[in-house]
Design a protein around this ligand. Sequence first.
Ligand code: FES
Length: 174
Amino acid sequence: MSPTATTTTVEPAAKEKAAKPDLRFKRLDITMKRNQYAPDALIEVLHVAQEAFGFLEEDVLQYVAHGLKLPLSKVYGVATFYHLFSLKPSGAHSCVVCMGTACYVKGGDKVMAKLQEELGIEVGETTPDGKVSLMSARCIGACGIAPAVVFDGTVSGKLSPEEAVAKVKVWEGE
Ligand code: FES
């Protein structure tokens, strides 16, 4: 990692209020509030979640269920029914490259291309050995440190393609 690279730990939803806020959850809050927390806003909220996180992890689904006052089973049901939603990827590690505008213009596309080349997989796929899943997201709320990538829930910013590859190489060697 270069001296300019930045790393930020993303707090789980439950700790979000107590520690540094994760702006991705803020986007969910804004969407739910705009819909007056109506249960029928579920699909729209899941869309925003998928865009913000790259995939739908259990703590995100719980957060949405709580916000819309829906049973978790209902949220799971919708998230698994529509193929446009993807649940937590199957790889042991996850790598989510932000392809939002700020990250894209700062080279997020090159980071993504290099990771795809290195891992030999496309977005949404997991390496054949099951070690790494590669996903994309649209603005993870870290535009100030673009281009940003989330490695196993930890946001890293100002990454060159080579630095991003170095991070997944560590996993490949495990
Ligand atoms: S566009 Fe990537 S963090 Fe906002």
